[in-house]
Design a binder for this molecule. Sequence first.
Ligand SMILES: Cc1ncc(COP(=O)(O)O)c(C=O)c1O
Length: 403
Amino acid sequence: MITKPIYLDHQATTPLDERVLEAMLPYLTSQYGNPSSPHAYGRVAARAVRTARRHVVDLVGAKNELEIVFTSGATEANHLAIVGAALAARPSGGHIITTAIEHKAVLAACRRLVEHHGYTLTRVGVDRHGRVHPADIAAALAPNTVLVSVMHANNEIGTLQRLAAIAEITAPRGILLHTDAAQSAGYGLLDVAGLGVDLASLSAHKLHGPKGIGALYLRGGIGITAQQTGGGQERGLRAGTPNVPAIVGFGAAARLITSDAVPPPRRLRFLRDRLQNGLLAAIPGTSVNGHPHRRLPGNLSLTLPGIEAVELLDRVPDIAASTGSACNTGSGEPSHVLTAIGLTRAQARATLRLSLGRTTTDNDIVQTIDLVTRAAHSNIHCSSPTEPPDPPQGRLCGNPIAR
Ligand SMILES: Cc1ncc(COP(=O)(O)O)c(C=O)c1O
């Protein structure tokens, strides 16, 4: 019997590791000092923040602590990186490049530059596996390009990008390369030096740390314009009293990864492949989205044959997962990621994202194959996945589906 739903939504957020909670607790209780205060309490807090920053440095392969700016998460880090770096390089009228499959925080930051600062924007497309071709980035360059932003790993289909090859194009031209690494850092996949990125956005809650904390990696020597001012914290790049318990938690979560105190990604890959193979065999006509090999080990995005993913999940409350087309705005639009890789609206509606994590067990996989298969065979049909795009009244998240 299943006592609580099987959690397969680790790309949305991860459970807080108990060791992280333990590290945080003193800073939520007895060690409440403000790290800017010049007394014993303040010094204890400042030391804890310094240690955490060191752990984040190690996680991403930065050179030193000056290259890490704590933020409230990857959303804020994306805005600080994109708007801050572009405006510092060229206060108005430059050109930026991003991709068609970025997180909405990146797209919104780019839009801000276009709408409020006279920038032009090129959104480069991807292939059917969700990969950006470096040659397409090269072709999109303009004489006034100041910044290229390409996510490291996609949050829906898990595809990893060839950042090192893109850096070979941007670096010699003095163009900054930013990456949204919210999804990849938890696997120890982000090595900023090896990949040649200048700025990278991180989020603690994607790697078993607390919510509401993240960071921007900012290569030494790069100037950015602060987006939140009014205090000298984070060297003037992000004003506001630091969230000490959350920063300590982020540091502890990073340290667990760099000290190999967590299961290796190959275990996740093994479980994911078992789940993938089990469902492909049990539900004929199902296809896998994302790159076959170059994708996050815990990601499984499946398009089911003519089956409404939202309704399927409604029928299996014992699984906590997400529809591939989940929209967080309630706009009813299909996922821009799934349409960018060539899926029709109906296929996007039939897409399920199962994302595994550290706590996923063999038994979770066996049960999920059984539950999803039974639900899929219980006749939940949407319009044929091969038919042309639907009119936009279809419901993709939240409300009952018009069948
Ligand atoms: C790729 C990506 N970027 C950014 C974010 C936003 O991160 P945060 O929740 O820390 O603001 C997420 C999380 O949903 C994400 O998956």
